[in-house]
Write a protein that binds this ligand. Structure first.
Ligand SMILES: [Zn+2]
Ligand SMILES: [Zn+2]
Length: 346
């Protein structure tokens, strides 16, 4: 990706030396890549190789260890945390235990330049620098199933953890993209009594039902009213926002019952403001709101464990796989929402 808005180009690179080398099996195409292409993220060192969540076969180990402390083996199928370089020493890393706010963090496929090497997944090989957290996929987890979740799965796992769902709760998920779909599946594992997914288009609502959502609500319906009908007039116990649309946030507050909990995970980039009534929507309502940005190695590690154990029909989410030379089409399909999940398979 040479620059925002410019057509993608195929380029050749020297084979990197030192560190772990992965032969790429697949890398995802997600909304972040569309934001990158539209130039909506700050501090991106174009040109970049997009692709932050990827799986690959270990081609060179350089003596590196996985997250469990075991030596990597050639031929092993692994994923890795796209976030690299969190320092473990700054105030956010040590005192707040919020590594997603570490000022030193860099992200493969997002904030690492291709001038510095094969540091993104839309590539035949990926170079893992020393210190990258590598997580092997167990044999019970097909790499396509893992990639069907993509970066949406660890992000959703983070959000659903913060949501603290109680057994029997009604959970509303706003948004039926990869984060919302994964959240709908994980809410069931956390004991939700009813899972409602609000979103569109129909291809995504169908995917939500395949993953076990009890009810889906389309964008053309009276969404708040429908949620109230389904919850004896009260609203959801827990609502998880995964839309990326600012106006969804006040709407989500109103979909949640008094003294309920609302987790906002979908506002990953700054696309504008929304207004709410502080008295009605927050204070008198006694609403608890939690913000959730990104994920860390623990979320990816737990995502691998959960997906290896709980076999939802994950691979149904993959609408299409694209070769490297068709990456441009993949980007455009994700932007147009004609696919649920698109993969680059070099
Ligand atoms: Zn730090
Ligand atoms: Zn992503």
């Amino acid at each position: 990706m040479p620059a925002p808005g410019a057509p993608l180009e195929l380029r050749e690179f020297e084979r990197p030396r030192g560190g772990v080398l992965l032969e790429t099996l697949a890398s995802e195409v997600c909304g972040t890549d569309v934001h990158l292409w539209r130039g909506q993220l700050a501090g991106v060192p174009y040109p970049i190789i997009p692709g932050h969540v990827s799986v690959g076969r270990v081609a060179e180990t350089d003596g590196a260890l996985d997250v469990d402390g075991n030596p990597l083996r050639e031929g092993q199928i692994v994923t890795f945390l796209d976030v690299y370089g969190t320092c473990g020493r700054c105030w956010y890393c040590t005192v707040a235990h919020a590594t997603t706010r570490c000022p030193h963090r860099k992200v493969y496929g997002v904030t690492l330049s291709s001038d510095d090497g094969l540091l993104g997944g839309w590539s035949e090989y990926i170079h893992l620098r020393p210190g990258v957290h590598v997580i092997p996929l167990p044999e019970t987890l097909d790499w396509r199933a893992f990639m069907a979740g993509g970066c949406g799965m660890p992000t959703a796992l983070h959000a659903v953890t913060l949501a603290e769902i109680a057994f029997g709760d009604t959970v509303v998920v706003q948004g039926a993209g990869p984060v919302g779909l994964c959240a709908a599946a994980l809410a069931q594992l956390r004991g939700a009594g009813q899972v409602i997914v609000v979103g569109g288009p129909e291809i995504r609502l169908q995917a939500a039902r395949t993953l076990g959502a009890d009810v889906t609500i389309g964008l053309d319906e009276d969404r708040v009213e429908r949620v109230r009908e389904l919850t004896n007039g009260r609203g959801a116990d827990v609502t998880i926002e995964a839309t990326g649309v600012p106006s969804a946030v006040p709407e989500g507050m109103r979909m949640t019952r008094d003294a309920g909990r609302y987790v906002v995970v979908g506002q990953y980039t700054d696309v504008g403001s929304a207004t709410f009534n502080p008295h009605l929507d927050l204070n008198q309502k006694h609403l608890e709101i939690r913000g959730c940005w990104g994920s860390d190695v623990g979320h990816v590690y737990r995502a691998v464990k959960v997906m290896a154990r709980h076999h939802f029909p994950w691979t149904d989410l993959i609408t299409r796989e694209y070769a490297l030379e068709n990456a441009q089409q993949a980007l455009e399909a994700v932007e147009a929402q004609t696919v649920v999940k698109a993969l680059i398979v070099p």
